[in-house]
Design a protein around this ligand. Sequence first.
Ligand SMILES: Cc1ncc(COP(=O)(O)O)c(C=O)c1O
Length: 385
Amino acid sequence: MSIAFIDLAAQQKRIKPRIDAAIAKVLAHGAYVMGPEVREFEAQMAAFAGAKHALSCANGTEALVLPLMAWGVGPGDAVFCPSFTFAATGEVIPWIGASPVFVDILPDTYNMDPDALEGAIQAIKAEGKLTPKAVIAVDLFGQPADYPAIAAIARRHGLKLISDSAQGFGCTLNGKHPGAWADVTTTSFFPAKPLGCYGDGGAVLTDDDWLAERIDSLRVHGKAVASDLAGRTFDHDPKYLNMRVGLNSRLDTIQAAILIEKLAIFADEIEARNAIASRYAAGLAGSVAAAPLVIEGGVSIWAQYTIEHENRDGLAAHLKVLGIPTAAYYPMPMHVQDCYSFYPQPGGLPVSEAKAKTVLSLPMHPYLDETTQGKIIDGVRSFNG
Ligand SMILES: Cc1ncc(COP(=O)(O)O)c(C=O)c1O
């Protein structure tokens, strides 16, 4: 049997009767958009992450743009983000007319380098062309960014902080979720994500009542929300009163129903992922590959298990022959891609550029059995390139 990079079928087998029943329930009540399962899932998700509000939306990309829109970030503004990430992190910034400013990463965790962030903010301020407004930190590969350091910098400069936890929802630092430091946490329910649905989906989590209400409005075409309606009367349905320019960004009820079942086993799956990561670390120790390092006090949810090799492409080809799938996340950082290369990248991003050439992610999912994992470890160790 071929080895899966991410085995969604194994998970489905475990909970199939519950998923089938959950979908059947939605088909029976027929509230396909903003149905009761959406609210139920949002409440469960908020409880899981210790957040006051969880607002689901259409995908993890729009989850990022919603808070930026709510804060009125726009032309002339700078938003600081890593370049060594999935394109969605930086992509949403030009959507609203603002400028991404690319910041380098730390060489051991692949997450935003706080010193590079401080340097980038100072450089943009000194240049005087853009107004710094927000920082997007990414929990790359499943582990939390250095939030205490990043949040302190953001606060000192009066910037909003978003945690792009599309790969890291469920991760903790010193026992706390990223929302303990960030104004907003966003995530993605893309099927391959650790908490994925059976299509596209995303969510925004925050403790900020004002922001939650604004995002609730923006995700439904800028509809009027309670504070817009306070003290006003209308002779038509306020549903058609659009207070601001928004978008259509909702999680389907069927996907929420599926996510309720997946969230129920998520903590257990995070434990399994950590056991698998420990086995990888033990099995690969002393071999040519460098095992990943988690920030002190951090718990990763291991969206990816990423090693490094100077002959990354040779190792990938060697593993492919052995039937072991791998992926290079990310072979090209954002700041070197043509459509992003003209945005500011103060001081350069040498670490991001170097890592793009050496990183290789191995199969990782909670159902990776010991025998299969042994084959993968042996495969890596048998490479002499
Ligand atoms: C770091 C990061 N941010 C944002 C996203 C965007 O999520 P989605 O694909 O749900 O739009 C992803 C997902 O691929 C991601 O990995």
